[in-house]
Design a protein around this ligand. Sequence first.
Ligand SMILES: [Fe+2]
Length: 437
Amino acid sequence: MTPVTGPIAAHPSRAGRELVEALEEARERTLALVASLSTADLERVHSPLMSPLVWDLAHIAAYEDLWLVHRYGERPLLREDLAATYDAFETPRAVRGDIELLGAAQAREYLDEIRTRTLEVIDERGVGDGELHELVIRHEHQHNETMFQTLQLASLRDYELADRRDSPPSPDPAFTGLEMIEVPPGPCTLGAPAEGFAYDNERPRHRTDVRGYQIGCTPITNATYLSFVEGGGYERREWWSAEGWAWKEQYDITRPDAWTADLAAEWRLGRLSPLHPDRPVVHVSWFEADAFARAHGARLPTEREWEKAATWDQESGMARAYPWGSEHPVPGRHANLDQLGCGTAPVGAYPEGASPCGCLGLIGDVWEWTASAFDGYAGFVAHPYREYSEVFFGEDYRVLRGGSWATRARVATPTFRNWDYPQRRQLFAGLRIARDL
Ligand SMILES: [Fe+2]
C-alpha cells in the first residue's frame, strides 16, 4: 500500500487522519478474515444464499473506487468494465457464482490499487465533510459480517481466525430470556439525529407514542429454546403462522440452523461447540422466532418497542445515543461486538451495556428479529442512492436490530436497521420477546 504523503501527511486534519486510519484498519480486518483461506475456498460458492468471498473482496474495492475516487475525487473509474459485475444491485447474489469474477490474487490486487488511488485523492483534496469516507468504511465493516455469514455456512473445518478474547464473562444471576421488563406507555424519540453519520432509513428522527409493553431483559437462551424444541415447538401447528408452517414443512426444519441433530452441539465457523445453555439462540429465522414467541404467549417486539427499550431515558426525557449512554461501544465492556471471540457470549454478560429501562445485550451478540416489516419513516428521503434501502421497502422483509458478535463496533448503533426475508437463517440472529401490558 502506498504511504500517505504530501499535504495530508504534512498537515493532516484530525478528521482526515482518523478516517485514513479507519480505512486502513478496516482493510487489515478484511484481509485477516480471509488470510487462512485457500484460493479455492475464496472463489467457491459455499451457499446459494451468499456470494463467493472473492466477490465481496472485489466489490469492496469497486465501491471504494466509485465513491471515494470517482464521485469524491472526480477521477474515472479504474475498471469501468467491472462496474456492473460488482454492483450489488445489478448483479444479485444468486448470479454471482455463475459469472466471470476476478480471481483471488486479482481481487487482492484490485483492492490495493483502489486504496492507492483513494489515498492519492485524500492527499490532494482532504476528506471534505468525511461523509463519503465514513460510508465506505462502514460498507467494508458490513461486508466483514456478511463474509462471516458465508464462512458460517461454508463450515470450513480448517478455518482459522485468532480468537482474540478469553472466555466471555459469566453473568450473575444467569438469565433465560423469559425475564421481562415493563416499559410504561408514553412518548419517545426514534431514529438517528440530523447531525452525524446515519443511513437514510434511520431518518428523520421523530417523536412517537408507544403503548405500554413488556420486553425481554435479554435475548432467548439456547436452554430456553431447547425446551421449546423438546416441547414440540416444531410440531405444534397452532404456534406457527401459515407461511412459517409451510416453510418449516417444505424444508423439514426441526431446530436452529447450526444445531446438531442430537440437540447437544452447534457449529460455529466450522467447529463443533457444545450447546452452551446460557448463550443466546442464533441462526433462527423470523418464522421460528415468531413461533417461539407465540408458544410463550408473547410476540416479537416492534421496532419502535425495541428502540424505545434501547435508548429512551424516561428520567431525562431524551433518547440516548447508545443503551448505556453517549460513549461509543467498547467491545468486551459494553457488548459482545467486533468479532472478538468469534461467537456469542452468555446473555447478560455485559451489565455495563444495560439500557435505561434495564434491558441487557441489545447491542451485539445476536441480531434480534422484530415484528416490523421494513419501511421508510414518514419524511424518508433516499440518500445517497435509492438502492441502499428504498427499493427494499415493503412487506417482504422483516427488520432486525442491534447487531451481532460479528458486527464491527463502528456500525453497531441502536438506530441501525437491518432487514432480511423471514425464512433466512444465515444471519447471526436470535430473538427477544415482548408482550402487551
Ligand atoms: Fe456492498
